[in-house]
Design a protein around this ligand. Structure first.
Ligand code: 4NP
Length: 161
């Protein structure tokens, strides 16, 4: 299963989601079942490394995203990925506008998979806020990624992939 995490700049939320999801599948021993990447709907930070605050928050939970370089979502991504998971509604809506007709990629909100409503439905943009926004971001991403992994494994099991 091919999974693309998407936010606005591809320097805070989606690289963190990519790194945390990579760690999760490794921990569960299912890394061979997934191709994982991230991208931004905006182009301002293309080629740049992750935001230092996001990289530090990831390092605190044992995830090193410092080698990440930002890229922008491309139309081809809708063929290359089965799931394109947005951090928030604005980015999901941008993805829906970009999605070519006939593309079978599932576009949705990552937080839809977090379950019980405790975490809310989207990951707020931490870029202009304080450091607590980045810790909160990590918790939201973990909840979303855990829920998504459970759902993805179930789906793969049911279609025998
Ligand atoms: P991200 O955060 O979408 O989580 O990577 C942002 C990064 C940069 C900007 C906004 C959000 N910006 O306006 O440059």
């Amino acid at each position: 299963m091919r999974v693309l995490f998407v936010c606005l700049g591809n320097i805070c939320r989606s690289p963190a989601a990519e790194g945390i999801f990579r760690q999760l599948v490794r921990e569960r021993g299912v890394e061979g079942l997934f191709q994982i990447d991230s991208a931004g709907t905006g182009d301002w930070h293309v080629g740049q490394g992750p935001d230092e605050r996001s990289a530090a928050a990831c390092l605190r939970v044992g995830v090193d995203i410092r080698a990440h370089r930002a890229r922008q979502v491309q139309k081809a991504d809708f063929d290359r990925f089965d799931w394109i998971l947005a951090a928030d509604y604005d980015n999901m809506s941008a993805l829906e506008h970009l999605q070519p007709q006939g593309s079978k990629a599932h576009v949705g909100l990552l937080m839809r998979f977090a379950g019980n409503g405790e975490f809310g439905s989207y990951i707020p943009d931490p870029y202009y806020g304080g450091p607590e926004g980045f810790s909160h971001m990590i918790e939201l991403i973990r909840a979303g990624c855990e829920g998504f992994l459970a759902s993805a494994l179930k789906e793969m099991e049911s279609v025998g992939k």
